[in-house]
Design a protein around this ligand. Sequence first.
Ligand code: NAD
Length: 455
Amino acid sequence: MTTTELSNVGDIIQYQRDYFQTGKTKDVNFRIEQLKNLKQAILEYEQSIVEALQADLHKPEVETYLTEISVVKDIDYTIKHLQSWTKPKKAAVSWEFFSYTAKIYPEPLGVVLIIGPWNYPFNLIISPLIGAIAAGNCAIIKPSEIASHTSDVIAKIIAKHFDPAYIAVVEGGVEASQKLLAERFDHIFFTGGTAVGKIIMAAAAKYLTPVTLELGGKSPCIVDTDVNLEHTVRRITWGKFINAGQTCIAPDYLLVNKKIKKDLIHGLEKSLKEFYGDNPVNSCDYARIISHKHFDRLVSFLKDGKVIIGGETQSSECYIAPTVIDNVSLDDSVMQEEIFGPILPIIEYTDIAEAIALINSKPKPLALYLFSQNKNLQKRVLQETSSGGVCINDTVIHFAVSSLPFGGVGDSGIGNYHGKASFNTFSHNKSVLQNSFWLDLKWRYAPYEGKLPLI
Ligand code: NAD
């Protein structure tokens, strides 16, 4: 059996609670061993992971290494820093507390649940799992049923290398999720859409379970005049069309200074040819849409505005060409919901204030991109907008920097992870204050008469 049967979910949680109670996972050396074990398991299954992602998303092998198997680098980073992260940290105290010492002890939460999406189905399960292990927890993971081949590989890897009383996989869709959500966990880490995020949070509320919600949204990409155009178009093309646009932090739409719009469109056309050739359907470097349901949803956007690049589709293959749309209206459905596919609408502005106002009229996005070398403009956009993260003069790549916490704000999510932030997410910071017996000042004790001036 590679996967925990749904009927056994309650038992598995109990085994994990018993396992956690043994205190084994609190030992830092044990955690490091398990992280090494996870890395070894991923490397052993490298080829199966590549094949699963090819089957699920037609994901090119290079993209699989770059965006999925690359989680092993997070394991190395975590192992390198774990001893220091787990050490109790001294906290400063004010002079009134001169006889005390204050320390913060990070402690594991217990049994945690990790639910993942289908778009980076390996990375977005394993990356939070690294944090859960590093912080000393037991974990149940539920990969997305929609990327079913990857879900199977994850289940095999975990079943072969981990005791289910420590780490277990539950495969399945909404029913499996809901069965899990009916149970008590010590933390729920969810990656997926905003609508389902609300369901997760409502279920967690029943037990006051803390949640991390890594959600989506419409991430804007501003392009102003002061840029290296050749680099700009390449970086936008890559960030938008990698994984056929099915990336939570893909630039959702472009906000382009009117003065540069014509050159930018020309540049995008050129870089798309460079990346995927004259006919991207024949390119082995271009992914497919995950399902017919998502394909149909995306095709419906093609009626909005005017298609100026791409627009071709093949239903049998779930193929949508890299597409750029001009003349969209803010009321069009393509501007109303997260696109999550290879369609890039362009909106022009004459003054940056218009771009900022548009961004601020929408829910807070997961990422915001700004292409400009103008320091004042950069400062203004940073000050006047709010988003999960910002990447200036590039796209998507901020996700790969372990020292930067990754997460959303407002509708794009709650909490964050990656590197130390993952460790923090899966830890409780226990504050410990210790007094000594060499002194006992009586000013705080009753009777209080005459003590007011001392306070
Ligand atoms: P989804 O919300 O439909 O599904 C995510 C997970 O939730 C899956 O495992 C699914 O089985 C489960 N699920 C679905 N419906 C459920 C329900 N009613 N009750 C309980 N569980 C349920 O998301 P998706 O379609 O897999 O992924 C796409 C979305 O995820 C996009 O909005 C994207 O922006 C977002 N996303 C965010 C990040 C991030 O890091 N913030 C990363 C990737 C994807």
